[in-house]
Design a protein around this ligand. Structure first.
Ligand code: NAD
Length: 452
C-alpha cells in the first residue's frame, strides 16, 4: 500500500506514514455515501448527531489542537482557536435546522411553492492551513441539509482531520454519512468527477486547482463552490484610529504565520499617518517570536514546507533589488524553518498583473495620497476575496463599502470570519459562500411546484 509521510514542519520529523486510498477504496467510499443517502436521517437524528459531534469535539479539543500544531505548525493557542471556530459552524447549523419550517415548501406567490432539498453525495477537497476548520465549515451545513459527504483532506495534514472524523462517526454512528480520504489529489478528483452520484463539489485551495476543477466538472454538470486564493488589501486612512489599525493588522496578517487566504497581502497607508503607523507596527512586529507551536512563547510557527519558505525568500530578495526596505523584523532563532516576520516598505504599489499571494509573515506596505485612485488600483487585482479598511470617516466607509471589489470587507477590525457571515470571494477568488444561510444553500437544490 502506498503511504504519505506526515511531517512536523517545525522539527521536520516524520510523525507517521499515512496510508493512501487507492482507486478501489475511494470508489467503495463513494458507494457507501450513495447508499447512506438513500436512507436519510430524520431531522431529530441530524440535530442530535450534530450536537453530539460538537460535544465530542469540545471534550477532545486539547488532543485535536495538539495534532493540528504537530502537523501544521501553528501555535497551540491558535489551534485551539481553530477548533472553537469549527465548533461555531456545527452549533450554528444545528440551531438553524431546529426551525422545521426551513425544510418546508413556502408559498411565494399564487400557486408557487418553493422548497429547498438535499443534493446527494457531496465531495470536498480542502487545504492544509486550517485542517479541521476548512472541513467542518463544509461538513456541518452539508449534513444539516441532508446530504452525505466524501472528503479529501490535504495529504500534509491528515491526522487532525482523521481524529475529527472519528468523532463524527462516534456521534452519528452511520456508515457512509461522512467518508474521509487521504489520497493522491488528481486520482481523487478524476474519480469524483466521473461518478454521476456526486452532485456537488466544494473546494478550498488555490485558484490554479479551482480552474482545473471547473474544467473537469463540465462534463457531468456538477455544481461547484470554490473558495480560492486571496490578495487582501488593507487601507489605513488619515482618519484611522492608529492603535486600532495596528491591532487589526497584527491579527489579519500574522495569524497562522501569514498562511491564511484572508491575510493582508499588501498594506496601503495614507502618507500623513505613515510615520506613526510604522513606528507602532514595528514595535509589535519586533515582539513576534518564531518557534515551535507547542512552545507557549511562540507567536509565529514554521512555514508549511521548504518550497513555501524558498518562494517567500525569493520574493523578498526581488523586492529588495527593486529598492524595498525592511523596516522591522521579529525574533527568529529558527531561520530556514520559520520565516522571519517583517515589515517591508515598497516604493511602488504591487503589480496586480503578476498575482503574488504572500502566504507568509511578510507585510509589504506602500503609502498613498488619494483614496479614489488607490481603490481603482486595488480593483485591478484579478482576485477579490477580502479587504480591510481602517478609517473613522463615514464618507470613506461608504466609499470603501461601495467601491472595493471583494466578497468581504472588514471595517476597523482584523477579524473577518464567523459562522453568521457568508464567507467567500468574487473574480479569481472563487464563488459560493460558507457560513450563514448562504452556506447551507450551497448544499441544497431549489425545487418549485405549481398546483392549480
Ligand atoms: P492547493 O490548491 O495546492 O491544495 C488544496 C487542496 O487541493 C489539497 O487537498 C490538495 O491535495 C488538492 N489538490 C492539489 N492538486 C489537485 C488537483 N490537481 N486536483 C484536485 N485536487 C488537488 O492549495 P494549498 O497550497 O494547499 O493552499 C493554499 C491556497 O488555498 C491559497 O491560495 C489560499 O489562499 C487558498 N485558501 C483559500 C481559502 C478560502 O476560503 N478562500 C482558505 C484557505 C486557503
Amino acid at each position: 500500500m502506498n503511504t504519505v509521510s506526515v511531517k512536523n514542519p517545525f522539527t521536520q520529523e516524520i510523525i507517521c506514514e499515512c496510508p493512501l486510498d487507492d482507486e478501489l477504496i475511494i470508489k467503495q467510499k463513494i458507494d457507501r455515501c450513495a447508499d447512506a443517502y438513500k436512507q436519510p436521517l430524520t431531522l431529530k437524528q441530524k440535530i442530535e448527531g450534530l450536537e453530539r459531534w460538537a460535544q465530542l469535539l469540545t471534550q477532545q479539543k486539547p488532543l485535536l489542537a495538539g495534532l493540528i500544531t504537530q502537523e501544521q505548525g501553528k501555535p497551540l493557542i491558535e489551534a485551539i482557536g481553530e477548533v472553537d471556530y469549527a465548533l461555531s459552524y456545527i452549533e450554528y447549523y444545528a440551531q438553524l435546522i431546529k426551525d422545521e419550517s426551513f425544510f418546508e415548501a413556502k408559498q411565494t406567490a399564487d400557486s408557487v411553492w418553493v422548497s429547498l432539498r438535499s443534493m446527494g453525495v457531496c465531495a470536498f477537497i480542502t487545504p492544509w492551513n486550517f485542517p479541521i476548520a476548512m472541513l467542518v465549515r463544509k461538513i456541518a451545513p452539508a449534513i444539516a441539509a441532508g446530504n452525505t459527504v466524501i472528503a479529501k483532506c490535504s495529504e500534509l495534514t491528515p491526522l487532525s482531520a482523521k481524529a475529527m472524523v472519528q468523532l463524527f462517526d462516534q456521534a452519528f454512528n452511520k456508515s457512509g454519512l461522512l467518508e474521509l480520504c487521504v489520497s493522491d489529489a488528481a486520482l481523487f478528483s478524476s474519480i469524483i468527477m466521473q461518478d454521476s452520484r456526486v452532485r456537488k463539489i466544494s473546494f478550498t485551495g488555490s485558484t490554479r486547482v479551482g480552474q482545473l476543477l471547473i474544467a473537469q466538472s463540465a462534463f457531468d454538470i456538477k455544481r461547484l463552490s470554490l473558495e480560492l486564493g486571496g490578495d487582501a488589501p488593507c487601507i489605513v486612512s488619515q482618519f484611522a484610529d492608529i492603535d486600532l489599525a495596528v491591532a487589526g493588522i497584527m491579527q489579519a496578517k500574522f495569524r497562522n504565520a501569514g498562511q491564511t487566504c484572508v491575510a493582508i497581502n499588501h498594506l496601503y497607508v495614507h502618507e500623513s499617518v505613515e510615520a506613526e503607523l510604522t513606528a507602532k507596527l514595528s514595535e509589535k512586529i519586533q515582539q513576534l517570536v518564531c518557534g515551535d507551536g507547542l512552545d507557549e512563547n511562540t507567536s509565529i510557527g514554521p512555514m508549511i514546507h521548504a518550497k513555501a519558505y524558498e518562494q517567500t525568500k525569493q520574493w523578498v530578495a526581488q523586492l529588495m533589488q527593486s529598492g524595498a526596505q525592511i523596516l522591522a523584523v521579529g525574533q527568529n532563532a529558527y531561520d530556514g524553518t520559520c520565516f522571519t516576520p517583517m515589515l517591508l516598505k515598497q516604493n511602488l504599489y504591487p503589480d496586480h498583473n503578476e498575482h503574488k499571494e504572500w502566504f507568509a509573515p511578510v507585510l509589504s506596505m506602500s503609502s498613498y495620497s488619494n483614496l479614489d485612485k488607490l481603490i481603482e488600483h486595488i480593483n485591478q487585482s484579478k482576485m477579490g476575496l477580502a479587504a480591510y479598511l481602517f478609517t473613522e470617516n463615514d464618507a470613506e466607509i461608504k466609499k470603501g463599502a461601495r467601491n472595493i471589489q471583494v466578497g468581504m470587507l472588514a471595517i476597523n477590525t482584523g477579524v473577518i470570519s464567523n459562522a453568521y457571515a457568508p464567507f467567500g470571494g468574487i473574480k479569481h477568488s472563487g464563488y459560493g459562500r460558507e457560513g450563514a444561510l448562504e452556506g447551507i444553500k450551497e448544499f441544497m437544490l431549489v425545487h418549485y411546484c405549481t398546483a392549480h
